[in-house]
Design a protein around this ligand. Structure first.
Ligand SMILES: NC(=O)c1ccc[n+]([C@@H]2O[C@H](COP(=O)([O-])OP(=O)(O)OC[C@H]3O[C@@H](n4cnc5c(N)ncnc54)[C@H](OP(=O)(O)O)[C@@H]3O)[C@@H](O)[C@H]2O)c1
Length: 342
């Protein structure tokens, strides 16, 4: 097949390019070429900025493709413009969205039928930032733009939850691995039995390529398998991968909250909202999503880091993690709290 990957250089797109190329497809990537990436020799690179109409026109001239996979799109008007310029030269338009597009995630469980944020397919805010509550609404708007420009029968929307693996730049698993390698006593949030369902970036990529191969339209939530992994398994995997240098101290959710520890940010992947991991992924399972063991995601990511692997540098990476001094102070206060309970 002939596949176009819009993006392709940082994390998810990079894995999609590798999966598509590995499956023997003819791959074109479109990006500005700012991120140094060694592309396989057989991959064609069209340089351009999706925010420039002339570049989109030139891109369309390099087609046709069986499918375009728009990986990094967030701003609806930009996604709209790409879909509009490519509508006549691609079969399927695939868009990597997010579970944040659901209005009520993570407060409640979600399926593909759950209500989305109000969608504004032409929205074009020039000052938006990650994590300010606009990301979900923008992604919902971008999805609507894709559907409007190419029609639902040619639109494939993938809504992943948390994605981990080599090249992750969000700083979630990579933070926990760096924390594990530092050793000592580690604050672990809540309960080791809390379910957790991140998806490996390579499994997500293989699934997206499969949807392209099968020409499947529609919407697909993507997360790790339900009922398989827990936060305890995750931290054990981090410690095992890095040489068992630390011990975990499980600290009560409410106690952490009352001490101002910020969920999702200071202790990555910790979120107490009941819908966080309650994502219906049955449809993706039926369409061929297959998830490797979480411990493999963890150990492969550590192997990549230990070999000097560096993710692309973005501001939102430094958002994550607990300051070491604050962690020490929290552990001392927690010990004191437990002593007073006796
Ligand atoms: N991380 C998670 O846990 C998570 C969860 C759910 C959903 N998601 C979604 O997954 C996707 C992650 O994407 P990614 O960042 O890993 O994608 P990626 O395709 O690997 O990397 C982003 C690419 O976009 C290019 N790019 C940036 N601005 C551009 C522009 N104006 N014109 C052309 N190319 C441009 C960058 O290259 P240049 O800079 O060289 O142009 C880079 O190649 C996002 O859609 C995100 O919302 C992530």
């Amino acid at each position: 097949m002939r596949l176009l990957v819009i993006g392709g250089g940082w994390f998810v797109g990079r894995a999609i390019v590798a999966a598509a190329n590995g499956a023997g497809h003819e791959v074109t990537v479109f990006n500005r070429g700012r991120t140094p990436v060694e592309l396989p020799a057989s991959v064609r690179h069209v340089r351009g900025d999706r925010e420039r109409e002339s570049d989109l026109r030139r891109l369309a001239g390099a087609g046709p493709w069986d499918a375009a996979i728009d990986v990094p799109g967030v701003v609806p008007a930009q996604v709209r413009d790409a879909a509009r310029h490519l509508a006549t030269v691609v079969g399927q338009y695939m868009f990597v969205s997010t579970v944040s597009a659901y209005r009520d995630w993570p407060a409640v469980a979600v399926s593909e039928e759950s209500t989305l944020h109000d969608a504004a397919p032409d929205a074009n805010p020039d000052d938006w930032a990650w994590g300010t509550g606009v990301y979900g609404p923008l992604k919902a708007g971008a999805e609507a733009a894709v559907r409007r420009e190419v029609g639902v029968e040619r639109a494939t929307i993938v809504r992943p939850g948390v994605i981990l693996g080599p090249y992750e730049y969000g700083g979630r698993l990579t933070w926990w691995l760096r924390r594990a390698v530092r050793g000592g006593r580690i604050v672990a949030p809540g309960s080791p039995h809390r379910p957790i369902r991140p998806v490996d970036v390579r499994d997500l990529a293989a699934f997206i390529v499969k949807l392209a191969e099968n020409g499947v339209p529609g919407v697909f939530n993507v997360a790790g398998p339900p009922g398989r992994d827990t936060f305890g398994d995750f931290l054990t995997a981090c410690l095992t991968a890095t040489g068992d240098r630390g011990t975990v101290t499980w600290v009560d959710d409410k106690w952490l909250q009352t001490h101002g520890v910020r969920e999702w940010v200071e202790l990555p992947l910790w979120r107490t909202a009941p819908g966080t991991w309650a994502i219906d992924t049955g449809r993706a399972g039926e369409a061929g999503l297959s998830c490797r063991p979480l411990r493999q995601t963890v150990s492969d990511t550590w192997s990549w880091m230990a070999a000097g692997g560096q993710p692309v540098e973005l501001a939102r990476q430094s958002m994550h993690g607990l300051d070491p001094e604050r962690e020490t102070a929290l552990l001392a206060a927690w010990d004191e709290f437990l002593r007073n309970q006796r």
